[in-house]
Write a protein that binds this ligand. Sequence first.
Ligand code: DGJ
Length: 740
Amino acid sequence: MAIVFHEESKEFHIYNNEVSYIIKILENNQLGNLYYGKRLRDRNTFAHLLQGDLKPLSAYVFENDYKLSLQHTKQEYPSYGTTDFRYPAFEIKQENGSRVTNFEYHSHKIFAGKKKLDGLPATYVEEQTEATTLEITLYDSLINTEIVLSYSIYENRPVITRNTRFIHKGNSKVILTRTMSAAVDLPDSDFEMVHLAGAWSRERHVKVRKLEQGTQGIHSMTGTSSADHNPFIALKRPNTDETNGEVYGFSFIYSGNHLEQVEVDTFDRTRVLIGIHPDTFEWPLEDGEEFQTPEVVMVYSSQGLNKMSQSFHNLYRSRLARGYWREKPRPTVINNWEATEMDFTVEKILSIASAGKELGAELFVLDDGWFGSRNHDKAGLGDWYVTNFNKLPEGITGLANKVDEMGLKFGLWFEPEMVNKDSDLYRNHPDWIISTPNRRSSPSRNQYVLDFSRKEVVDYIYGLMEKVLSESKISYVKWDMNRYITECFSNDKTAEDQGKTFHKYVLGVYSLYERLIARFPYILFESCSSGGARFDPGILYYAPQGWTSDDTDAVERLKIQYGTSFVYPVSSMGAHVSAVPNHQVGRITPIETRANVAYFGAFGYEMDLNTLSVEEKEKVKDQIEFYKSHRELLMNGTFYRHLSPFEGQVTAWSVVAEDKSKAIVGYYKVLNVPNDSWKRLKLQGLDPNKQYSLNGNPSRIHYGDELMQVGIIIEDKDFCANAGDFSSAIFVLKEIEALN
Ligand code: DGJ
């Protein structure tokens, strides 16, 4: 691994065994980009890769010198207004109204390791040798402002991370109106853009489209990362599939408004911009002030989409998620939400918990409805203490003790950022909600958003949560967030600071998470946002798992979990078996299939298990047993996507142990096909020389090479539920003997 500066050619080469990224200080002292992709052997100069001769009508930088036009130059952190007409990476409004800047190379630093980002989530290193960082400082003397571009390359991963810092040294006020975390110019446009789009209950569906000249992109202006567009895009070559071909993945470690934009110019060059959405952002900098952008993670793979995803999984599992639960086996959950919603009694709760305990669950989670006057969704949010002693006579402490006595851990639901007008909190602090003066405040689910851009609001909520969590035996917190932000305005800010509100809100959320995890390091946090509306890498830094979707239907979950796996590891995806007919889609699927899908996630049940037949209860017992004995592999193994739910009736995926001694394969059939052809499923990642048994069956023993070249021969008897609609099969592969 290296970051080299070639003095003579003024080029930086950032590389490891898998990737190269090359930057050049151009003739005008600004930065150009020469290359990003598969590792290139280092050499003194790659200047010939600049290739940007003037075209007719080009505006050029120097008088009487017709060589350099930024319009045709691949740039590193482009600005608008000085010969480049594409979208810029940043924009700074100055006191005289101008937005034209000239940031020239000033200095650079190369050092071992990777810095933390103040107040923001980011990937990290545990040893300084794991990564090397390059910081390039650019300077505009007219406005006395610096931009520091930061690049970290991991030693053993095809990963480069980026962020940008703006430092206003003084003399006049500047206003940042666009601050992308990263810009990448690529030399051609022969790509398809892959992204994860959706809505409540169908989050992160995989979309693929060919790039065309002009701009295309995704964004969120909801105040959160959103269910609509996950902060991720990939550019893949048209022939790239799961196993072969080139792909560039860009993931944004942020939980607020974001923009991922791809612009193809009329000469077929591609510009990728990733950062905080500029349309909802404006950040004045006084003398001496700084602004730090969130981090972008760039993964390059020349071996298809699976390799890209595995690189994200490894990084996010071990160097983004943190703390006690990072790589620990997660407890099997029993959650009461779909069983009772807010209508419960202590007896009911204890009966659900005890049925869970009897069948092997390890953690009971009490969902919404325990606090304030919360019996419906019009009241209570904000009052994080028990007032309804008819419902919970001994409060949370008493209930948690009873659950603890059963031998189960106890978890509790909160929605810290929200308030109902019918609450003590709102009655005492009506000005604490985000709302624009003299305008209507739009409710959503009858609730309003607390202004987390204000420290006193966050402090107040911290105080309430800290009290509950310290007074009772609580091992888990489900942190929900059930609406988007409208009428964004902060009552404690001046007119010119209003453009900070969205970002400061996100910083407030992060700060509350940070304080709570520091105070309660052994509590397992699960994020949630009406299901998966804030399932992003920013939150993963604080909560190692998230509720993937409110849609618990096994068939719908195939698409949701498959799409989520493009970026996020199995260990991060909360996945529960629920009752049928399914609450979201009314579908009836076999209990085996519901579990076979949920195993590939942080597993649990979201139902009253007392309602099951004796036979079903036995199945649940076996399922929990199965999960417990395989969860380390399921959560931390290498995940492969084999067959896509977006392309046919069959979905298949697998996880393979790091030492390749074991694998678990999930194979799912949605609608049955009459008189169907014979099926084989080719696996990946096994050791060709190892022999594996399939589900312990002595007559199904195969070498890894056969399982990868020929595949598992799928038989009708492999399926649950008579191989009909919605049936599925699980194959456990175990090494029985090594050939060599
Ligand atoms: C939305 C979540 O996604 C559900 O799991 C549940 O916690 C409800 N909120 C409770 O209001």
